[in-house]
Ligand binder design. Structure first.
Ligand code: CA
Ligand code: CA
Ligand code: CA
Length: 629
């Protein structure tokens, strides 16, 4: 595999980072590019004479996606080199691989004798010549399906037809490939044009490779449910009660909550079958994160998968959602696969691609008002609302308004205390509604000191406390973040409370401390996560705790992201805990609810902000830099 990596690294991938606005060149022959805003998708053109990608008897030439690039960053492994039958790249689609005993063979295969035809959906009608179906066998062709494609700037429509049938089995396949700023949407229609019912199993290889990097530490696959696997993926079990996930482990991959995490370079990883709980009714989704490049991709299917098979090599990781589809004669099935791409600092609502939402985007939206795909002035990048409904209307205007002049997409905080007062027993929320009450501070106002940005508040380490009640209720398991500047007056010898976000009793609350090892420590209930970098050294440090659950509604300690001085932190210690029930209606700064658990804060706090969104690293950097000249 080393040679493949070398090839990948030396490819003339001229769609260089930062040049996303320019029209990039296809890297493969016989392909077309679909584009919306900063998202570029390369798709094989089945009617191009020189298209040699997936023209074999296994993967379909229908909507053969080879590359995906958002904002200059690559998401798929897809070498240019390789044979005409290569399957080592992009998102190739296959029906009925029949590899395992539990997977269906192509329709009709097991009914006939050698020499009889069978239906390989997506490819055509082939002739059986062996006793057991093998996806890699080269079967004689009875009829190759005819595939056509109609292309627009942001979408393509594929139609695949068969003239004949395989002893009563035949089908008609259509697929839309649609790009939408940060999303690739694949819509399928499969019609049974034969006389017999069939059940088929569709999957796509999802050859994920982030910016050409290999699969190893900091790659994580997450599911929205408490899955079971075959083979078993062992949970992280360090010696003692603390786990250290910052160190490369003896194990290549491990399980943490609803995630499979790679701890080391991926070698010798078996195919892992992932099963959802039978009573799970939420979205079918898999998210893949790569912390090194801050890229994430989610893959959602509109119908439940019977299982997700994770196929890993050192150069790609492929979570394959297998969909079982039964179609009666004359009937049709429809389903969708949606790929959503995330890049640090990327603003999906930005129509013009300059990373700002401003009057230029509004003008672009206005000029395509109420337009539809195919209209002369259709602007796919303007369809920014969550619905992605192929129409530019008020929903899109509202989505634009929410991001209006938010620098680089940075949301407004729900509360923001600057501590720039110079007197009094109140600290005012910059945005208005949540004034903070100072308790037990000196009457002479000496707690108002010079901070990192204007003034700051000094805590005496004995009983100084700031309280804010009636903060807005955040729905369980939704994203949130807090940021602050802190400066300790002395190096701690025990845990020092910074703040508690939540209720004093009942559900677990967020607790932020500097621990006895001088590290930033987030706790909630029995769970905790500790950042690697030291903050308890009596210098100013910017600290951020953010939670970014893959699926709204569930969150765990392992979803916590810690930043110090705007740098994403390796977790030094962690104990897992479900955080879904955390309430955040009140905030107490400087003292713990439980005096036995940690000591009051001794030092200065400045510029405390709460967000009802998970901040990405670029946004944390922006907040940090705003305070530093
Ligand atoms: Ca813009
Ligand atoms: Ca719309
Ligand atoms: Ca300040």
């Amino acid at each position: 595999m080393a040679s493949i990596l070398v090839v990948a690294a030396s490819l003339p991938w001229v769609w260089a980072i930062g040049t996303f606005a320019a029209e990039p060149l296809p890297a493969h022959v016989g392909t077309r590019l679909l584009q919306s805003g900063s998202l570029v998708i390369e798709v094989g053109d089945p009617e191009a004479a020189d298209c040699r990608w997936n023209k074999g008897l296994r993967f379909s030439p229908v909507a053969n996606v080879l590359r995906a690039q958002l904002h200059g960053q690559e998401f798929l492994y897809s070498p240019v080199a390789g044979g005409a039958l290569t399957y080592l790249g992009g998102l190739p689609m296959e029906f009925d691989i029949g590899q395992e005993a539990f997977q269906p063979d192509p329709p009709g295969y097991n009914e006939g004798a050698n020499g009889d035809p069978f239906l390989k959906i997506g490819v055509g009608i082939l002739r059986r010549n062996a006793s057991a179906y093998s996806f890699s066998a080269s079967y004689p062709v009875v009829e190759l399906a005819r595939t056509t494609a109609a292309w627009q700037k942001d979408r393509a429509h594929f139609v695949q037809t068969l003239a004949g049938d395989a002893r009563g089995y035949s089908c008609h396949l259509e697929e839309d490939v649609i790009v939408k700023n940060d999303r690739l949407i694949l819509n399928y229609l499969l019609r049974n044009t034969g006389t017999k019912p069939f059940t088929t199993e569709q999957y796509l290889h999802d050859f994920l490779s982030f910016s050409g990097r290999g699969v190893g530490p900091n790659v994580r696959l997450s599911f929205p449910y408490d899955f079971t696997t075959n083979p078993v993926v062992l949970p992280w079990q360090p010696s003692g009660r603390v786990r250290d996930i910052g160190m490369a482990a003896a194990t290549v991959y491990t399980r943490i909550a609803n995630s499979i995490e790679f701890m080391d370079k991926a070698t010798g990883v078996p195919k892992i079958w992932v099963y959802r709980p039978q009573d799970y009714a939420g979205p079918e989704l898999c998210a893949v994160d790569f912390a090194d490049t801050q890229q994430r991709m989610t893959i959602e299917t509109s119908i439940p998968a019977v299982y997700t098979g994770i196929w890993t090599t050192d150069y790609q990781v492929s979570p394959e959602q297998f969909l079982l589809i039964s179609v009666a004669p004359g009937a049709e099935a429809r389903w969708t696969r949606t790929y959503t791409f995330y890049v640090d600092g990327f603003v999906p609502q930005d129509v013009t691609g300059d990373n700002a939402v401003d009057a230029n985007d509004l003008a672009r939206l206005s000029s395509t008002w109420l337009r539809r795909p195919g209209d002369q002035t259709w602007e796919p990048a303007g369809d920014v609302s969550a619905a992605k409904d192929d129409r530019i209307d008020l929903q899109d205007l509202a989505a634009l308004a929410r991001q209006w002049r938010q620098a680089g997409g940075l949301a407004s905080p729900i509360a923001h205390w600057k501590f720039d007062e110079t007197a009094g027993a109140m600290a005012f929320d910059e945005r208005g509604p949540y004034p903070a009450v100072l308790r037990n501070f000196p009457a002479d106002g000496s707690q108002w000191v010079a901070g990192i940005s204007g003034g700051a508040l000094r805590f005496d380490g004995i009983d100084d406390a700031v309280e804010i009640g009636d903060l807005p209720t955040l729905a369980p398991g939704t994203p949130r973040a807090l940021t602050a500047w802190i400066k300790l007056s002395e190096k701690p010898t025990a845990n020092r409370a910074v703040l508690t976000w939540g209720e004093p009793a009942g559900s677990p609350s967020w607790r932020l401390e500097v621990d006895a090892n001088r590290r930033l420590r987030f706790s909630c209930g029995a769970g905790y996560a500790v950042a690697s970098r030291v903050v308890g050294d009596t210098e100013w440090h910017h600290v951020t705790v953010a939670i970014d659950p893959v699926v709204p509604g569930t969150s765990h300690t392992s979803d916590i992201r810690l930043y110090i001085d705007a740098r994403p932190q390796t977790v030094y210690e962690m104990k897992e805990q479900d955080l879904t029930a955390c309430l955040t209606e009140s905030l107490q700064i400087g003292v713990p609810y439980d005096p036995a658990a940690s000591q009051p804060f001794y030092g200065m706090i400045d510029d405390l902000r709460l967000y009802d969104t998970a901040l990405c690293p670029a946004h944390v950097r922006r907040i940090h830099d705003a305070a530093i000249p």
